[in-house]
Design a binder for this molecule. Structure first.
Ligand code: LER
Ligand code: MN
Length: 278
């Protein structure tokens, strides 16, 4: 079984508020991530042009980090693109942007997420139409990604942010219809606390699909600052033999450095204990 690794979410310095990350500015963020003891960085990008691949390679080497995943929230929030867009031209643009990110992930991390970019049920759109557009776009992107050995993972997000794919159960239901081996679930513990029946039980029930994890507490601050039971989460991860990334996606507050430090101080001992029990 693979070990757990820790990551923190980052974006470029000009990224808008819609980039839901702890730190901004790639190099500075990577330097701090390494100093604080994270193993990797999760890159929030709105396109492959956001970062120079050569520079990224050099920084990762300099700071001994890996890319955990490329996330795409800004593609939705900033560019207005998504898999279920009713306009075919906008869906085509979504595919072009994702193709670039998939190619980048081919060298860095091997995972691209679709959070809110998976789309939503728009006014006048039926659930069936929404699902069909989602499945078609996912199939196109998975077929592109398989050549780069990249996985495309969808993140159930709570109902107050989106009206399509809110829980892990719902995620699995639609992923089964995609019928591709390189797709999976990205479980965010904060969203699961709102939508799933029991966090541990849902992780176990849907375990074979879980490929990536976001960590935040009930109030979306650093794990340990809310009322979620992270021992239950780690126990469930053990049960499903989860190996790979746990990535901190939290509200940075007024002091992102302090929040990032509190997060790693809370999760690192649990990750070390998990890994040494393998
Ligand atoms: C993205 O990872 C996420 O969790 C969303 O809630 C951002 O709005
Ligand atoms: Mn998330």
């Amino acid at each position: 079984m693979e070990t757990l690794k820790t990551a923190v979410t980052i974006a470029g310095e000009n990224a808008k508020q819609s980039a839901f990350v702890v730190w901004r500015g790639f190099q500075e963020s990577m330097k701090k991530a390494s100093e604080y003891g994270y193993d990797g960085v999760e890159l929030a990008l709105k396109g492959a042009d956001d970062i120079d691949a050569g520079q990224l390679r050099a920084w990762l080497r300099e700071y001994s980090l890996e890319v955990s995943c490329i996330t795409t929230g800004q593609v939705f929030a900033d560019l207005g693109l998504c898999f279920t867009h009713p306009d075919p031209a906008m869906r085509k643009k979504t595919i072009v942007v994702f193709n670039g990110l998939i190619d980048l992930a081919g060298e860095f991390g091997g995972i691209v997420n679709a959070g809110r970019t998976r789309g939503f049920q728009g006014p006048g759109q039926s659930r069936e139409e929404t699902e069909k557009l989602f499945v078609d776009t996912m199939q196109t992107l998975c077929d592109r990604a398989v050549k780069q050995q990249v996985q495309l993972i969808i993140e159930p997000v709570n109902r107050y942010e989106i009206n399509f794919i809110n829980s892990l159960d719902e995620g699995v239901e639609v992923l089964r219809k995609v019928q591709r081996n390189n797709c999976g679930l990205h479980a965010d513990i904060f969203h699961m606390n709102i939508e799933d029946d029991k966090i541990g039980e849902s992780l176990i029930r849907n375990g074979e699909w879980v490929k990536y994890i976001h960590f935040a507490d009930s109030n979306r601050l650093a794990p340990g600052l809310g009322h979620l039971d992270f021992d239950e989460v780690f126990q469930a991860l053990k049960t499903i033999h989860y190996g790979g990334w746990v990535s901190v996606e939290i509200l940075p507050g007024n002091n992102p450095d302090e929040m990032a430090r509190k997060a790693i101080q809370f999760i690192k001992p649990k990750v070390v204990a998990y890994n040494s029990s393998l």
